[in-house]
Design a protein around this ligand. Structure first.
Ligand SMILES: NC(=O)C1=CN([C@@H]2O[C@H](COP(=O)(O)OP(=O)(O)OC[C@H]3O[C@@H](n4cnc5c(N)ncnc54)[C@H](O)[C@@H]3O)[C@@H](O)[C@H]2O)C=CC1
Ligand SMILES: O=C(O)[C@H]1O[C@H](OP(=O)(O)OP(=O)(O)OC[C@H]2O[C@@H](n3ccc(=O)[nH]c3=O)[C@H](O)[C@@H]2O)[C@H](O)[C@@H](O)[C@@H]1O
Length: 440
């Protein structure tokens, strides 16, 4: 099938590359010409495991092309995916300017009999706005009779595992009000079903709401566990035991129950805010979600609070920070808890030496290096001259770190582990003051 993907970011590139990989003829469009030039020359603007190889393989096979030319890209696809960003506006609502500008571009060049599929995460009712924007652009060029429909197909992939998630989805939500659009999209996704039905059909508005419901539920689950972990700290219980104890109940399940230093990323924080905003707009305040968000804001400060409880005044201390990305296996720094952790340390007049295997460059754009903030080239180098260590992201390379090395390097021998990756007994036996989240 001929597919166009509008927006070549995390979702657009993964969607484009995976659809090409099963044999479709895909064009990825972006307004960022530097991104397109890089992609055309074999580079990939983001870090996502396996993506570079997948893109290169399919580009070589001629099934995947990149362009900044809206006219040819829109003319190409029988299916036109919108995968542009929907960042939070000032009031927390989803900012739809990119979606609507993409819709305008589609309307300006539509050739007819094309299905517009919205993959961006957007509030309920956006499909109608997209339809109106396309129609207005068609009318403006005297082409109001061309046939098209607008569908919702939210994306559930996780960064760091994006290709696996796309290739082997738990479910494929398709929201639409016209049968021909449904049929075309179902046919596109047939190779991903592998004898197990994955497609869940519904109306557009329910599909739009499903996406927010999923992220809001997951964010709430994490905040619930984080609050429980803070309580476990107070009552001398172990959140890891509690997690296993409740996760074995299939009604609860084992996934997404890890306490830590707060959720971040490009989606949970912004989608939680957007759903809160939708609730307010319609006179149905989402009280549970508001509490989940407040708990997350608190959680991002817990590491520094624990450090200060242990060390007293942090002024003048040098703190090593391991991990900056909002989770391992990504270079994404959007709403990463590390941003709060590092800013809080600097605000308390500590110096910071930070290390991240992949995200340091992106981090330095948000937190510019200064006299009190340096970026180290390795985990070991971050420890040089440090008084204490904070672990913020659970990159694999931190898991089997030598405890003896930490004891030798850290002047105060204090480690605050925001992801519970070290063994408390071993850490203490080695001579560290080891603080973590919800484990005695
Ligand atoms: N990043 C993720 O893991 C997931 C993101 N989503 C949703 O998918 C959407 C996209 O997210 P990301 O891929 O992370 O964003 P991104 O910021 O990585 O990529 C968006 C791209 O769209 C381009 N763009 C903006 N306006 C355009 C236009 N009019 N025409 C062509 N290109 C345009 C930008 O230049 C950028 O390259 C968001 O709504 C997000 O909430 C959904 C599931 C997972
Ligand atoms: O809409 C989106 O963009 C995506 O948002 C999340 O994916 P992502 O943000 O890539 O990463 P997650 O693995 O969900 O992690 C999000 C945050 O939660 C934290 N987390 C996750 C799991 C857990 O048990 N505990 C925990 O603190 C992570 O450290 C991270 O900061 C969802 O998991 C995806 O299904 C969704 O498509």
């Amino acid at each position: 099938m001929k597919v166009t993907v509008i927006g070549s970011g995390y979702v657009g590139l993964v969607t484009g590359a995976c659809l090409a990989d099963v044999g479709n003829d895909v064009v990825c469009l972006d307004i960022d010409t530097r991104k397109i030039e890089l992609l055309e020359s074999g580079g990939v603007p983001i870090y996502e495991p396996g993506l570079k190889e997948l893109i290169q393989r399919n580009a070589r096979a001629g099934r995947l092309r990149f362009t900044a030319d809206t006219a040819s890209a829109v003319a190409h696809g029988d299916l036109l995916f919108i995968a542009v960003g929907t960042p939070p506006g000032e009031d927390g609502s989803a900012d739809l300017q990119h979606v609507l500008s993409a819709a305008g571009g589609i309307g300006g060049h539509l050739r007819g009999d094309q299905v517009i599929v919205n993959k961006s995460t957007v509030p309920v009712g956006t499909a109608d706005l997209v339809r109106n924007a396309v129609k207005a652009a068609l009318d403006a060029r005297g082409a109001g009779d061309l046939r098209f429909c607008v569908m919702s197909n939210p994306e559930f992939l996780k960064e760091g595992a994006a290709i696996e998630d796309f290739m082997r989805p738990d479910r494929i939500v398709i929201g639409g009000d016209e049968r021909w659009g449904m049929d075309l999209l179902r046919a596109l996704y047939a190779p991903f079903e592998r004898n197990h039905p994955k497609v869940i059909e519904m109306d557009t508005r329910s599909a739009e709401l499903t996406k927010y419901a999923a992220n809001a539920m997951l964010a709430t689950r994490i905040s619930f566990m984080n609050e429980l972990a803070l309580l476990a700290d107070r009552v001398n219980a172990d959140i890891d035991h509690v997690r296993r104890g409740i996760g074995s109940d299939p009604r609860i399940g084992t996934h997404f129950l890890y306490a830590g230093c707060g959720y971040g990323g490009s989606c949970f924080p912004k989608d939680v805010q957007a759903l809160l905003h939708t609730g307010q707009q319609h006179g149905e305040p989402m009280r549970i979600l508001a509490a989940a968000e407040a708990a997350n804001e608190r959680q991002k400060r817990v590491l520094v609070e624990k450090l200060a409880e242990q060390c007293g005044n942090l002024a003048g201390l040098t703190i090593a920070v391991w991990g900056l990305a909002f989770k391992p296996d990504t270079d994404d720094m959007r709403a990463a808890p590390s941003l709060v952790v590092v800013s809080e340390l600097l605000a308390r007049s500590a110096s910071v030496v930070a290390y991240d295997p992949i995200a340091a460059e992106n981090a330095a754009r948000i937190l510019p290096p200064s006299e009190r903030l340096r970026f180290a080239a390795s985990a070991d180098m971050a420890l040089e001259g440090a008084d204490a260590l904070l672990i913020v992201t659970e990159w694999k390379e931190f898991r089997s770190t030598s405890l003896e090395k930490l004891v030798a390097a850290l002047r105060l021998r204090v480690v605050v582990d925001g992801r519970n990756i070290l063994d408390p007994r071993q850490a203490r036996a080695a001579g560290l003051t080891y603080l973590c989240i919800g484990r005695p």
